[in-house]
Design a protein around this ligand. Structure first.
Ligand SMILES: [Zn+2]
Ligand SMILES: [Zn+2]
Length: 242
C-alpha cells in the first residue's frame, strides 16, 4: 500500500477495547488525550480479525465494519484538531492472501501494520501449537521468515516490533543476526519502515538493541506506542523531548 507517511509528531500504534485485552474506553478517549499532548496525528492499529474468528486476542470479524465506521466518524469530527488514521495490526499467513487483498482494497483502511505474533508452519499448523522446546529453538526463525515473505507481498505498510520475534531467546547469536539482517534488508527493498516499539522496551527480551544496531538508517524507523490504555500515550512527552 505505502500510502501516508507516519510523522514523527504522530502517535502511532494504538489499540482499542475491541481486541479484548485493552482498556475499556471509547476510542475518543485516546483521541482527546492525543490532542492534549499536542500530537499531529493518531494511528489506530487494533488487532485485525480473520474470517471465521480463527485466532484469539483480536477483534471479532463481525466488528470490523463498526471499527472502520466509528473511526471514520471520529476522523471527521476531529479533523480540525488532529488527523485520525485508521489501520490494522495483522500477521502474515500465506493461506489468507485473498483476505489481505480485500483489506488492501478497502479505501478506508490506511495502514496494514505487519505484527507477526505467530506464523504458519510447514506442516499446515501454527507456531502457537508448538511445544516450549520447539518455540525456544525455532519460533524466531518461523516468524522472521513470515515477516520477510509478508514484506515481499507488498500488502503491508510497516513492520511492528520486528525484534520481538526473539522474545524466547536469552542471548544474542549469529543465527539471530542472520534473521535480523534478512528482515532489515527486506524492509529496505520494500521501502517500508521498521517500528521501534516503546512497549517492548518495558519488558525483558522483547527489545533487542543488537537488532537496531544492524539497521543502517535508524532515522527511517518509526516509533510505535502499542498502547492498550490511554495512559500509555503519555510517553509522547518524553519522546518529543529526545
Ligand atoms: Zn495487543
Ligand atoms: Zn500492537
Amino acid at each position: 500500500m505505502g500510502r501516508k507517511p507516519v510523522l514523527k509528531t504522530d502517535i502511532f500504534h494504538v489499540h482499542t477495547y475491541r481486541c479484548g485485552h485493552a482498556e475499556a474506553v471509547p476510542d475518543e478517549a485516546y483521541i482527546q488525550r492525543a490532542i492534549e499532548l499536542g500530537a499531529t496525528g493518531i494511528w489506530f492499529t487494533d488487532h485485525a480479525p480473520f474470517p471465521c474468528d480463527l485466532f484469539r486476542g483480536r477483534m471479532m470479524y463481525a466488528d470490523l465494519p463498526e471499527y472502520v465506521a466509528t473511526l471514520t466518524e471520529l476522523k471527521k469530527r476531529y479533523e480540525r484538531q488532529i488527523d485520525v488514521h485508521i489501520g490494522l495490526e495483522i500477521e502474515y499467513f500465506p493461506a489468507f492472501r485473498t483476505y489481505y487483498e480485500e483489506l488492501a482494497a478497502n479505501k478506508s483502511i490506511e495502514m496494514l501494520l505487519l505484527g507477526q505474533h505467530m506464523a504458519e508452519d510447514s506442516g499446515g499448523g501454527y507456531t502457537f501449537s508448538w511445544n516450549e522446546e520447539r518455540l525456544k529453538k525455532g519460533e524466531y526463525i518461523a516468524l522472521g521468515d513470515a515477516i520477510v515473505e509478508g514484506i515481499k507481498t507488498g500488502f503491508f505498510d510497516a513492520v511492528a516490533h520486528p525484534d520481538r520475534i526473539f522474545r524466547r531467546r536469552k542471548r544474542w547469536g549469529s543465527r539471530m543476526e542472520a534473521v535480523a539482517k534478512d528482515i532489515i534488508e527486506a524492509a529496505r527493498q520494500g521501502g517500508i519502515p521498521l517500528e521501534i516499539n516503546i512497549s517492548s522496551m518495558r519488558h525483558k527480551y522483547l527489545f533487542w538493541h543488537q537488532f537496531w544496531e544492524l539497521v543502517p538508517h535508524k532515522a527511517e524507523g518509526i516509533v510505535g506506542f502499542d498502547a492498550h490504555q490511554v495512559l500509555e500515550l503519555d510517553a509522547y512527552r518524553s519522546i518529543m523531548m529526545e
